[in-house]
Design a protein around this ligand. Structure first.
Ligand code: SF4
Length: 217
């Protein structure tokens, strides 16, 4: 790693640690991970006492490569993302994710003051993040950190996460063409459920891994 990269990484680390600190103050279990590999190991260790593992459809989680490892360990994988599934099959898996032992999710934005902000189209992912599963692990790369209010974070998601996601999913939204949010009313609109989890939900064990690497959008 060259000096410039090293200094940039150090600066990101300070922001990640600030977010971890704030999340802890808000009752979450929060951990700083220097690398995605550290986050992956934490997930595998934490999954030891879980049998059913739900996947919320996060690119950050996919990039960790934990699904295959958990499958090898004999865990039941609840992932609705297989394009071969019918809509009914997908919905069935999404419903089962709501009561799984461990739910793995990304996060669209994390404020440095300790709030988790997400925008969903269906709402299954955000629902499972705050009630239902025994345990939830949220993975957030450093590119998800926002030094601002939850409203600033929502603006970040609509301008930096939803346009590439719309494009990835071939949704016919204005942002998939322009790269900018126009608060559309398109039938394909992704932004339908916006959540701010500002304190640890009372009965859900939510752990947040803040990773010093760019992950997902
Ligand atoms: S409201 Fe519409 S245009 Fe704006 S980010 Fe969401 S899907 Fe894209």
């Amino acid at each position: 790693m060259g000096l410039a990269e090293e200094l940039a990484s150090w600066t990101h680390e300070q922001k990640c640690r600030k977010a971890v600190d704030s999340l802890e103050k808000h009752g979450f279990t929060a951990l700083f991970c220097q690398t995605p590999e550290e986050a992956a190991e934490y997930i595998i260790t934490t999954a030891a006492d879980a049998q059913s593992i739900g996947f919320g459809g996060s690119m950050s989680v996919v990039s960790l490569g934990v699904e295959a490892r958990l499958k090898e360990l004999g865990k039941e994988i609840l992932n609705h993302g297989n394009p071969a599934f019918s809509l009914e099959e997908r919905l069935q898996i999404m419903r089962r994710q709501l009561t799984c032992d461990l739910f793995l999710s990304g996060c669209n934005a994390v404020t440095l003051s300790g709030e988790l902000i997400n925008i969903d189209a269906t709402g299954n992912r955000v629902a499972a993040m705050f009630f239902g599963p025994q345990k939830v692990i949220v993975v957030a790369g450093r590119n998800k950190l926002v030094d601002g209010s939850p409203q600033d974070a929502i603006t970040r998601v609509r301008n930096w996460a939803t346009p590439p996601n719309s494009k990835r999913l071939s949704f016919k939204t204005p942002c998939a063409t322009t790269g900018f949010c126009s608060d559309c009313n398109s039938p394909d609109r992704l932004c339908r459920v916006t959540t701010i989890i500002d304190r640890k939900p009372r009965f859900t064990d939510v752990r947040v891994l803040v990773v010093n690497a760019d992950m997902g959008f």
